[in-house]
Design a protein. Structure first.
Length: 71
């Protein structure tokens, strides 16, 4: 009877030692990872908007170009 409880306690304590890092640092690591991913997504969206606005600026000047008549 006591050996079963001791085995169960030893397994539980072993599990606690194995998962200590995740339990202790898992939350901050997850938050940091999500923050970095959000920054990367914001940076990509910013770059795409700059490229799109540069393309729109070039396209908007096309109609202002004067076409010379052929002789």
């Amino acid at each position: 009877m006591f050996t079963h409880r001791q085995d169960e306690l030893q397994r539980f304590l072993s599990w606690r030692k194995k998962t200590r890092f995740i339990r202790r640092h898992g939350g901050p690591l997850l938050a940091l990872t999500l923050f970095i991913i959000c920054l990367q997504l914001i940076w990509l969206a910013y770059q795409q908007s700059r490229q799109k606005s540069a393309g729109d600026a070039n396209a908007s000047h096309v109609w202002k170009t004067e076409i010379r008549p052929r002789r």
